[in-house]
Design a protein around this ligand. Structure first.
Ligand SMILES: NC(=O)c1ccc[n+]([C@@H]2O[C@H](COP(=O)([O-])OP(=O)(O)OC[C@H]3O[C@@H](n4cnc5c(N)ncnc54)[C@H](O)[C@@H]3O)[C@@H](O)[C@H]2O)c1
Ligand SMILES: [Zn+2]
Length: 715
């Protein structure tokens, strides 16, 4: 007999641990352990509770949806609870599920619909009279965060439905998954790597984190996408089945992935699962399994729900793709900002649809934590099936002559002693004005698509020019002449002509992209846009102090410090002067955005908390357009503190103590003329642009690898 005390102990430890993991996962978008391990722990708890129901704790994670609400948004109740799905890991699990369904339906005929299980964030959308009126996250299953303004930025999500197909109920709910397409996720991580920021673990966490941002403009820039997978309404039985509802959603203009299939037997389901096991890696969206649903709506009702999930559906989860291979070498890459990243060089191993040859080791801490040695057999996993990572060492197979890894103390490229700034995980090469890979990476960044996008001068070519000593900094690019380039290998007359005219054309690229192209640490695309709109000229920007910069909307202290440090370096001032001499755009051209009124002239505002009618961003713009100013902190001179929901008590106390009037969003709106529309930041930018329009970077990214046919059918 097992000791009941120890079972009790195990149940309470598991319960506490799972609560903690859920919190981290849903609230902070952090996966402390792989999903499969989480699912195993949950299954263990479930089995213990089934065997010892008296020992189960109230609120056990087996009994409720694991999510939480964030406290950063208003919340709304769900009309129909948003539940989890039961899991299956094997054919046997699926056969059991099929048996249960068969029993529940007392032998009646039935069919399944199989769908891809998209790995993103569940979203509930409300449509009224064909218009999107609300977007709510799953939250704790009964209430979720209202993130409508963020959801509205999702390009493939219709705000108005088409009047085609079957008649639409006056009001209904659509559920689906919001996700970050894989190519976008890769871009984002590449950018973060270059900026020396921590990498996002997987697209799911990235999508979830993005959706929680307060600034919808930033959300829009992240390029989230949506797939619809269910329809709910009081009169849902206007459709006989889930498959009929999916077809209607599609006809109404909602994005429904074409990957689903109706199956009339378990054999067909298994066949579907098998077909997609490898093929799913060709999709531009992360998937972690297949969802199997009973098709007929009446039969779904007959089967009903458990506390946590529908009895008429199950999620089949594919095993995580893991492999074992040899660690042959560790190379150290120096990034644009000098961050040194160790990269494991592996004996090639097939994993999750690709051949893995390298894996990121992130930083020195990780090498130490894994106790890695050269020559070890290591376990490699594609975390979230994206970035291969080393998860462990097969110590039983450690060769006698395995070599400990010695982390370099000097830059592998230029020999400068490495530094590790306090609080940072990466070692850095501080030689930012001469370290060759840093110079080269900065040049590559400068010519890249989202920066200057110089025709005829790609990353590879500019890298070659750097090696040949033809260019060191972006300003050198403008001194390239046909003479200097003639005679270079693999560079014909035509290419040279092309390149020279591309360089000439790049002088029309708008200021915000030049600013982004300078590669200042932490100044990504969006921040560059904000700064350009705010300061309008590079001179005004260079003259700003760190505290002034930090007060610009969306520019925090870290970015401000980085910018101020950059501006203070003579080499950078020189670079700016040389770019100016070359004729590169260092200011927004055209008129400053038109003031709408001067109703708020001379007044200063601090915005705090969450607002109901407008995003913080919109309010900031409104204030600016009516002549008011936003400042960063509460002082005696402040005209108004605009308090939203959940404003911190400290702010309120301070304002009260300093006798600063505290007003609401409605009070603020009442101060400006009615109907005065706000220009979006995009429009403001547009107004400041010369001819050249942005590259087609906002369209859906092209096929990352192979199989264009599949992608075309999917999107
Ligand atoms: N690593 C960790 O620490 C940790 C912690 C908590 C949860 N998790 C993971 O999160 C998941 C939690 O499970 P869950 O409760 O979110 O349920 P789930 O992920 O198993 O399934 C439900 C979700 O599937 C999604 N989905 C995707 N495609 C769908 C489709 N075609 N039809 C219907 N739904 C579809 C929906 O968002 C729905 O909310 C598990 O995979 C678990 O491993 C991990
Ligand atoms: Zn160096």
């Amino acid at each position: 007999m097992p000791d009941p005390n120890s079972i009790q102990h195990r149940i309470s430890t598991l319960t506490a641990h799972l609560h903690h993991l859920n919190y981290q996962y849903y609230q902070n978008d952090v996966s402390e352990i792989p999903d499969q391990e989480f699912d195993q722990l949950l299954a263990e708890l479930q089995a213990l509770e089934e065997d010892h129901p008296a020992l189960a704790l109230a609120n056990s994670p087996t009994q409720r949806v694991g999510g939480t609400i964030t406290k950063q948004f208003p919340t709304a109740p769900h009309k129909y609870p948003m539940l989890s799905l039961g899991n299956a890991y094997s054919e046997a699990d699926l056969r059991e599920f099929d048996e249960r369904v068969r029993k529940g339906l007392e032998g009646a005929d039935f069919a399944y619909v199989c769908e891809m299980k998209f790995d993103g964030v569940a979203m509930s959308l409300t449509y009224e009279q064909g218009q999107l009126t609300q977007g709510v996250t799953r939250g704790d299953g009964t209430r979720g965060d209202v993130v409508t303004s963020n959801v509205r930025t999702i390009k493939n999500l219709p705000l108005h439905l088409r009047a085609a197909g079957p008649a639409q109920p006056a009001e209904f709910e659509v559920r689906g998954e919001i996700f970050l397409p894989l190519p976008v996720f890769d871009d984002l991580n590449r950018e973060r790597e270059q900026n020396g920021e921590a990498l996002l673990a997987n697209p799911r966490n990235a999508a979830s984190g993005t959706l929680k941002l307060q600034d919808s403009a930033v959300v829009a820039a992240r390029r989230l996408r949506f797939f619809a997978y269910s329809f709910l309404s009081p009169g849902r039985n206007v459709f006989p089945s889930h498959s009929a509802a999916l077809a209607a959603l599609k006809a109404w203009g909602l994005p429904v992935s074409d990957t689903w299939r109706r199956c009339t037997s378990l054999e067909q389901v298994l066949d579907f699962i098998h077909t997609w096991e490898k093929k799913r890696f060709e999709l531009p969206v992360a998937t972690d399994g297949i969802v199997i649903k009973v098709d007929d709506f009446q039969q779904q009702e007959v089967l009903g729900f458990t506390a946590k999930s529908p009895r008429w559906a199950i999620a089949y989860k594919y095993p995580a793709e893991a492999g074992r291979t040899r660690l042959n070498d560790v190379q150290y890459q120096v990034g644009r900002t000098g961050a040194v990243t160790p990269v494991a060089i592996l004996t090639p191993v097939p994993l999750a649809g690709t051949i893995v040859r390298r894996a990121s080791l992130h930083n020195a801490n990780q090498i130490a934590a894994l106790d890695l040695r050269l020559g070890d057999l290591v376990f490699v996993e594609k975390g979230g099936e994206i970035i291969p990572k080393i998860t462990g060492v097969d110590l039983t197979a450690r060769p006698a002559d395995s070599q400990p890894i010695r982390y370099p103390t000097e830059c592998p490229a230029c020999g400068t002693p490495l530094l590790r700034p306090e609080g940072e995980a990466h070692f850095r090469c501080p030689n930012d004005t001469a370290c060759p890979p840093q110079l080269r990476a900065r040049l590559e960044h400068y010519v890249s698509r989202k920066a200057l996008n110089i025709d005829g001068l790609g990353a590879e070519t500019v890298g070659r020019f750097a090696e040949l000593g033809l260019v060191r900094t972006p300003a050198d690019i403008y001194e390239l002449t046909a003479d200097k380039l003639t005679g270079l290998e693999r560079l014909g007359e035509k290419s040279i002509q092309n390149l020279i005219s591309g360089i000439e054309a790049s002088k029309q690229v708008p200021f915000e992209r030049v600013l982004f192209g300078l590669g200042i640490r932490y100044v990504g695309e969006t921040v560059a846009e904000k700064l350009a709109v705010h300061y309008r000229t590079i001179d005004a920007l260079l003259a700003a102090s760190a505290p002034e910069l930090a007060a610009v909307p969306e520019v925090g202290g870290v970015i401000a410090e980085s910018l101020a440090a950059w501006s203070s370096q003579i080499v950078n001032r020189d670079l700016v002067e040389r770019l100016r001499a070359a004729g590169v755009q260092l200011a927004l051209t055209g008129e400053a955005p038109q003031a709408v009124s001067d109703r708020l002239a001379g007044l200063t505002f601090v915005l705090s908390g969450v607002f109901e009618q407008h995003s913080r961003e919109e309010l900031q713009q409104l204030i600016g357009q009516h002549g008011g100013k936003i400042t960063g902190s509460i002082s005696k001179k402040l005209s108004y503190l605009v308090a939203g929901d959940k404003m911190g008590p400290a702010k309120r106390e301070k304002a009260t103590a300093l006798k600063v009037p505290i007003i609401s969003e409605t009070d603020l709106l009442a101060m400006i003329p009615a109907g005065a529309e706000s220009n979006s930041a995009d429009e403001a930018l547009e107004a400041g642009r010369t001819g050249e329009s942005e590259a087609a970077s906002e369209s859906f990214p092209a096929t990352p690898s192979g199989s264009p046919g599949q992608q075309a059918s999917l999107f």
